[in-house]
Each structure stands twice: as structure tokens, then as C-alpha cells.
Design a binder for this molecule. Sequence first.
Ligand SMILES: [Zn+2]
Length: 222
Amino acid sequence: MKYLFILILSYVTWQWMSLYLFATSIGNKKEAIKIITDNKLLEIIFKKTGLRLASIRVSSSQKPWGMMIGLPRYPYMVLSQGLYDSFDKDELEYVLLHESGHYMLAHSAKLAVLFISFLTIGFVSVSNIELPLIWIVIALIIGLIQIQMSRLCEYEADAFTLARMTNPKGMITATQKFAKAYKHFDVIRHDEDTFLGRLIYMGIPYNERIRNAEREIIRRKR
Ligand SMILES: [Zn+2]
């Protein structure tokens, strides 16, 4: 029982943002997941990243987001309807390459291995402890460490993407669209470097992401 409790609480702490984004798909009066086989998009992904996708899933969520789920050999890319409808070609390329980068760099597998390792350590350390408060603390620590590990993957995926983008400006305008759509999360997402933001949110601060894209644009002009 306590192990299941720690597993669930640490997972929710780690993935709260993804769970929130998935929840925005619920109750949209549309099919929750639609399969698209837009050959032009799939071709871009293959040409630039080497990832052969048979299809992309589009969730009915009106918030803009993209996600790569799935383990090695089983890539599963999900975009939201909100993103699919409102992002232009270059912005869409940013998201597609970034999500493909997560797959090509085996991020979900690496994070799963880390998660299992930290959980094992956590389980062993509470094996003789029957204080729920301690279980909660251990679960929160595991979740917060996973958030930091996930952010390293974000940096890696962005670097992978920037090196392959046709027009790195798409990364800037895409980031501005994200910033606008998630204004209610400003305190943790938008600000340059708040401690709280770094602690509980796995994404790269928007301003930093824009600066990285600008740097790439300048580098290409040389
Ligand atoms: Zn990412």
C-alpha cells in the first residue's frame, strides 16, 4: 500500500504538467484522439530527424502542446488540436522536431530507468518507516528530482531541434504563442529564473528558449 502511494504521488509530482495538458482534452465534445497521416509533416520529420512515424495523434485539447510518449521502437507523438490549428509551418516544425528529438535521444526510456532507480531507493529507505509524512516527503523528493532530469532532456531536445530547423525563427514565435496560451502559469513558466519555476516545472523558461534560438540565428549568419 505505501509503495503504491509513493509511486503514484511521485509520478503525479513529476508529471503534473502533462496530466494537466491531457486533462484539457476532456470534455471538448470531439473525439478525444484523432489520427492524422499528413504525409508532408511525416516527411519533414523523417528527413530532418530520421524518425519514421506512421501517423501523428491529435488530441481535441484547445491548448497548444505537443508530447512524445512511447518507448523505444514504439514512438507515439501527440499534438493538440489547438497547436495543430494555430501554429504556422515553421512553428509546427519546431514542435515536431523537438518531440522527435525526445524519441531519437531515448528520453522516455532514460527517464523511466531513472524513475525506477529513485523509486527503488525510496522504497528501501521507507521499508521500516510507518510515518505517512515521511512517505510523502520521499515521494515529493523523487518527483522533484525527476523534474530536474526531465529539464535536462528539454535542453537536449531543443539543441537537437535548433541544429535541424529550416527557420529557427519558428522556435521564437512558437514560444511566444506558448507563453500567451499559458499566461495563468506565468509565475512558474514565464519568469526568467524563479526558484519555484525551476523546482516544480520541467520546461525551459521562455526567455531562455528565445535567446537560444536568437543565438542560432546569429550563428547561421556568420
Ligand atoms: Zn520537450
